[in-house]
Design a protein around this ligand. Structure first.
Ligand code: COA
Length: 610
C-alpha cells in the first residue's frame, strides 16, 4: 500500500509528521454539482461490457483518444513503439487460441447470465411483488452515480460442495457515489433470504480487505436472514468467519474509512450487526427490520406473537432503540439519504482531470488469439503488451537480459505503470531482473502490473550442474518474492495464462496481496498441470500407477484448474475478458489513486454507536 512517504513524493511535498494534509484540489460542493447525476445512468454496466461478444477486427487500428477537455499529457511520446504484428509463423497458434477463447468466453457469458438472475425468477417475483422490495441490481442503480461499476467476483459461489449460491448471495463491487469511489456490499435476498453462506462471508471479507487496502469508503445494503444455519460450523467459529466482518467494521472506522449501511430488508442475527456497527445507518419503513431473533423465536420462547415491525421496524429503531440514524419512507429516499451522508464525510474525491492519451496501435480484440489455450500455445508477451499500453509504447528495462521476464514502463490511459510480464520460465536471470525492477518501481512510487503466465512444470535436474542451476534459480526467485512482497506500491495482477506452482507467488499471486487480481477466462490455476501427472501419489510415499485412478485424478485436476473453478471460490477478484483488460486496469488505477487525496488522521479509534 502507498504509505505517507509515498504520498509525499507523489504530491511533491516534503514528508511531514502526521496528520498529513494532502492537497485538496476541488471544493466538494463543486464536485458534487458536477457528479451527482440523475438516478438512471446511461452507460452499460461493467458486467455487460465484460460479456460483450466477439467483435473481432483483424485490422490494425491506430486508435487515438484525444479529449477536447484534455488538460495535460501523461505519457512519454519518446518511449519506443512495440511491434505488435502477429507474424505468419504464429498464425496457427493464434487460431488455436482464438477457438479456445471463443469457447471459454461463451461459457463465461452463460454463467454471468445465470447469476444475474439471483435466486431465480420465482424468488425475484416473491421479493418484488410479495415483499415489496427492489431487486439488488435495481438498488445499485439508485445508489451509484452511474451503472458502470466494477463488479467483483460475480461468479463466486457457483458449483460449491453445498450447491450453487448465485454471486455468493451478495453483490460486491466498486462504484462512484457523489464522485467518490466506494466499495459496496449488497445482500441478494432472492438467494435463500439473503442468508450468509461460507462463500458469502469470504466475499464480504474480501470487499472489506479491498476497502482497507485502497482506503475506500464502504456502503452496505443489508437484507439478510443472518447465517445459513445448516452450514453454521463453516461460517461461525473461526477467525475468518462471520464475526470478522463486524471486527473489520470497527477497525475500518478506526482507520478513518467511513461506512454507511442501509437496512433494506430483514436483518436478523448476524445481519443485524452490520448496520449497527456502521458509522451511520438508514432504515426503510415497512421493509427494513432489525433484530437478533425474529418473531418465530419470540413466539417459541414466550408464546407471544409480535409483528416484525413492532419487534424491530424502522420506527422502533429510529425513535426508541437508536440502532439506526435515519428513517426513510421508501427505498429511493434511503439511497438519496446515503448520498447526503456521503456528502458530509468531508472526503475529497479525486480531481476529475482529463488526460490526453493514445490508444494502443493494435486491436484489443486480437488478445483473444494471444490468450494461450495452454502453456505450449504461448506467444511473445510483447504482442499482448502492444494491445494494452498507450500508443503501444514501452520503455523496456534490461531488454536483453533474463528475457523470459519482460519488464519496463508504459502507460494505461495516462497512468504510468511498471510492467512485469511472464515470457517463459522464470530463470535465475529473469528473477534477478524482476527483483531489481520491482524495487525500482517501489522507490519511484509507480504501481506495478503483473501479467502472469507461469510454467506448469519445471524440468527435473538430470545432472549435478543442473541441480546447482536450480538452486541458484530458487535463490533468485526468493529474492524476487521478497521484493514483490515488500514493494510499497499498488499491485495489480492479471493471470493471462497459467498460474502454476511457486512461480505464481513470485508473479504476485493471491497470497502476495495484490490490490486486485483478475483472470482471463482461458487461465489455468493449479499447483501442477494435470498432463504432468504420471503416477498417483500415495499416502505412504510410494507411487501407484493404477491407470483408472490416474485418469480420475487427472480429470479432477483438469476441472479444478479452470478459471471458473477459481473464480467461484474467490481465489481472484473475477474473470475479465481480454479485450476489456485495459479498461479494467485503468479503472483500478483510478480507484487506487483516490487514496492520494485523503486526509490521514493521527488518531486511531472507531466511531462507537451511543
Ligand atoms: N438458514 C437457512 N435457510 C434459511 C434461513 C436460515 N437462517 N432463513 C431463511 N432460510 C431459507 C428458507 O428456508 C427459504 O428456503 P426455500 O426457498 O428453500 O423454502 C428461503 O431461505 C427463503 O426464506 P423465506 O422465509 O421463504 O423468505 P422471506 O423473504 O419470507 O423471509 C427471512 C426471509 C430471512 C426474513 C426469514 O426466512 C427468516 O426470518 N429466517 C430466519 C432467520 C434467522 O432466524 N436467522 C438466524 C441466523 S443465526
Amino acid at each position: 500500500m502507498w504509505n505517507n512517504l509515498t504520498f509525499c513524493s507523489v504530491c511533491k511535498l516534503a514528508p511531514k509528521p502526521t496528520p498529513l494534509l494532502l492537497p485538496r484540489f476541488l471544493p466538494l460542493a463543486h464536485v458534487l454539482r458536477r457528479r451527482c447525476k440523475g438516478l438512471s445512468g446511461s452507460k452499460p454496466p461493467a458486467q455487460t461490457l465484460q460479456s460483450e461478444g466477439l467483435k473481432r477486427t483483424c485490422s490494425l487500428l491506430p486508435a487515438r483518444l484525444v479529449s477536447s477537455k484534455a488538460k495535460r499529457r501523461r505519457y512519454a511520446k519518446t518511449y519506443p513503439v512495440l511491434d505488435g504484428r502477429v507474424l505468419s509463423v504464429y498464425r496457427h497458434v493464434f487460431e488455436e487460441n482464438l477457438r479456445n477463447s471463443e469457447a471459454v468466453v461463451k461459457r463465461y457469458s452463460e454463467l454471468l447470465e445465470l447469476v444475474s438472475k439471483g435466486g431465480g425468477e420465482n424468488a425475484i417475483l416473491r421479493h418484488t411483488q410479495r415483499n415489496k422490495k427492489l431487486f439488488v441490481r435495481e438498488r445499485l442503480k439508485l445508489l451509484l452515480d452511474d451503472e458502470s461499476f466494477l463488479e467483483l467476483s460475480p461468479l463466486a459461489g457457483l458449483n460449491m460442495p453445498y450447491g450453487d449460491v448465485p454471486a455468493a448471495g451478495c453483490l460486491t463491487g466498486i462504484g462512484k457515489i457523489c464522485g467518490v469511489w466506494c466499495v459496496f456490499t449488497a445482500n441478494d435476498a432472492t438467494v435463500k433470504g439473503g442468508t450468509i453462506y461460507p462463500i458469502g462471508v469470504k466475499k464480504q471479507l474480501r470487499a472489506q480487505e479491498i476497502a482497507m487496502q485502497n482506503r475506500l469508503l464502504s456502503v452496505y445494503l443489508v437484507d439478510s436472514g443472518g447465517a445459513f444455519l445448516p452450514l453454521q460450523s463453516e461460517l461461525f467459529p473461526d477467525k475468518s468467519h462471520g464475526g470478522r466482518v463486524f471486527y473489520n467494521e470497527a477497525i475500518m472506522s478506526a482507520m478513518k474509512i467511513p461506512q454507511v449501511a442501509v437496512v433494506c430488508g430483514s436483518c436478523v442475527a448476524g445481519g443485524a450487526y452490520v448496520p449497527t456497527m456502521a458509522e451511520e445507518a438508514v432504515i426503510i419503513d415497512k421493509i427494513g427490520t432489525l433484530f437478533l431473533a425474529g418473531p418465530p423465536l419470540v413466539k417459541a420462547a414466550t408464546g407471544e406473537y409480535v409483528s416484525p415491525e413492532d419487534l424491530g421496524g424502522a420506527k422502533l429503531h429510529s425513535r426508541v432503540s437508536g440502532c439506526s440514524d435515519h428513517f426513510a419512507s421508501s427505498e429511493k429516499e434511503a439511497y438519496e439519504c446515503v448520498r447526503n451522508v456521503i456528502s458530509t464525510l468531508n472526503y475529497e474525491p479525486l480531481p476529475e482531470e482529463v488526460t490526453e492519451h493514445d490508444g494502443p496501435l493494435y486491436s484489443s480484440d486480437e488478445l483473444l488469439g494471444l490468450a494461450p489455450r495452454d502453456y505450449r500455445c504461448t506467444l511473445p508477451v510483447k504482442l499482448i503488451l502492444s494491445r494494452l499500453l498507450d500508443g503501444s509504447r514501452f520503455q523496456e528495462f534490461k531488454a536483453d537480459y533474463g528475457t523470459t521476464l519482460v519488464t519496463g514502463f508504459g502507460h494505461v490511459e495516462g497512468h504510468l505503470v511498471g510492467v512485469v510480464a511472464s515470457n517463459g520460465e522464470l530463470t535465475r536471470d529473469a528473477s534477478l531482473k524482476g527483483s531489481h525492477f520491482v524495487q525500482l518501481c517501489s522507490h519511484r512510487s509507480i504501481p506495478i502490473l503483473f501479467f502472469q503466465n507461469t510454467a506448469p512444470h519445471a524440468a527435473e535436474p538430470t545432472s549435478i550442474s543442473q541441480a546447482e542451476a536450480h538452486s541458484n534459480r530458487l535463490k533468485a526467485q526468493a529474492s524476487m518474492m521478497a521484493a514483490v512482497a515488500c514493494a510499497s506500491v499498488p499491485k495489480i495482477t492479471i493471470v493471462i495464462g497459467g498460474c502454476y506452482g511457486s512461480e505464481s507467488y513470485v508473479m504476485c499471486g493471491r497470497s502476495f496481496s495484490p490490490n486486485f487480481l483478475f483472470l482471463w477466462p482461458n487461465a489455468r490455476v493449479a499447483l501442477v498441470d494435470s498432463r504432468h501427472l504420471t503416477t498417483v501419489p500415495q499416502a505412504g510415499g510410494s507411487d501407484s500407477t493404477d491407470e483408472s485412478e490416474l485418469k480420475h485424478l487427472k480429470q479432477r485436476l483438469e476441472e479444478e484448474s479452470s478459471a471458473f473453478y477459481s473464480s467461484s471460490r474467490l481465489w481472484d477478484d473475477g474473470i475479465i475478458l481480454p479485450q476489456n483488460t485495459r479498461k479494467v486496469i485503468a479503472q483500478c488505477l483510478q480507484i487506487i489513486e483516490q487514496q492520494k487525496y485523503q486526509v490521514v488522521p493521527s488518531y486511531q479509534h472507531p466511531v462507537i454507536r451511543m
